[in-house]
Design a protein around this ligand. Structure first.
Ligand SMILES: [Zn+2]
Length: 307
């Protein structure tokens, strides 16, 4: 990667606040983050009080064995008037038994809407659902991915980033081959297929990513964006001068894109299989129908010719 490219990547690197809900649901322990929808004015006993929010979360419930809505309560009432560490305790709305505890250090920002929050701890730890085809997609590098996940859960940003980066760099060709397979099955444009094939042959990682970042089938877009375009920025930034928090944020983003991409590949292939079986069943129906008609006509003919 050239110096110019790295400088450009650094200039573009601005941290947008994420919602408090996303922060609680998805971000690992040790993350310090600017969050939106953090506090709101409430009317209590004819007085206006600024309270920390407690958004409804979608979390994994072990009791119900699935993702459920959880409602939260601040242990000390959630006043946003001061800087403090506090527990935010969530309970599953379905079973009313399973709980999840967050320990947070937080402060409301002067706009009285956003906040700065540090996730000190959470119990049980972050539940990350991995797609069943992820190990196949990542091949020999699946163990590196799991090590990255371990680091991420413990808030070790540089470690998590390094593992995930290695996964993507080592698996570049395999990821592109899977994408090529999907593109061919989806009858993608010839130019698109040729670009992916060229990117597989390209030995320089950032060049290969650059080649495919504009051309991928729509069903593989992550949140409407090309996953390689999303990966390009965090993967092209040198981490030597980045803080552990910044690396953790980038690691989180790389992991989210990889998981989503695996899910999309799985979905695209299964939809294609379903579509294929629907088409063949329709064709079979058509043939049987035609055959029935012919048989019927044949019988009628036979009836007509018979004395
Ligand atoms: Zn439950």
């Amino acid at each position: 990667m050239g110096i110019e490219e790295e400088n450009q990547a650094q200039q573009e690197d601005t941290t947008e606040p994420i919602t408090f809900k996303t922060f609680l649901e998805e971000y690992p322990t040790g993350t310090l983050q600017n969050v939106s929808e953090f506090c709101e004015w409430k009317n209590e006993y004819s007085q206006s009080v600024l309270r920390r929010c407690k958004p409804t979360l979608r979390l994994y419930c072990k009791q119900c064995d699935g993702t459920r809505n959880f409602e939260g309560e601040w242990e000390y009432g959630g006043s946003a008037a001061d800087v403090r560490d506090d527990f935010l305790i969530y309970t599953c709305r379905d079973c009313g038994k399973y709980t999840k505890h967050f320990c947070l250090f937080s402060v409301a920002l002067p706009d009285q809407k956003n906040g700065k929050v540090l996730k000190i701890g959470e119990y049980p730890s972050l539940h990350i659902k991995l797609p069943t085809n992820l190990s196949k997609l990542l091949g020999d590098n699946y163990s590196n991915f799991i090590n990255g996940l371990r680091c991420e859960r413990q808030g070790l940003g540089i470690g998590a980033y390094s593992y995930y980066r290695r996964v993507v760099e080592n698996q570049k060709n395999h990821l592109l081959e899977e994408i090529l397979k999907v593109s061919k099955k989806l009858s993608a444009k010839k130019e698109m297929i040729q670009t992916i094939e060229k990117a597989i042959l390209e030995t320089q990682f950032s060049k290969a990513i650059n080649m495919v970042k504009e051309s991928l089938p729509e069903s593989l877009l992550v949140g409407g964006h090309n996953p390689f375009k999303l990966l390009h920025k965090p993967l092209s930034i040198g981490i030597h001068d980045k803080t552990d928090e910044k690396c953790l944020e980038m690691a989180h983003n790389i992991r989210m894109v990889l998981i989503d991409l695996a899910e999309r590949i799985k979905l695209a292939l299964s939809e294609q299989r379903e579509l294929k079986s629907a088409v063949s069943s329709l064709l079979q129906f058509k043939t049987e129908n035609k055959k029935d008609k012919e048989d019927k006509n044949g019988t009628e003919d036979a009836v007509q010719v018979s004395p």
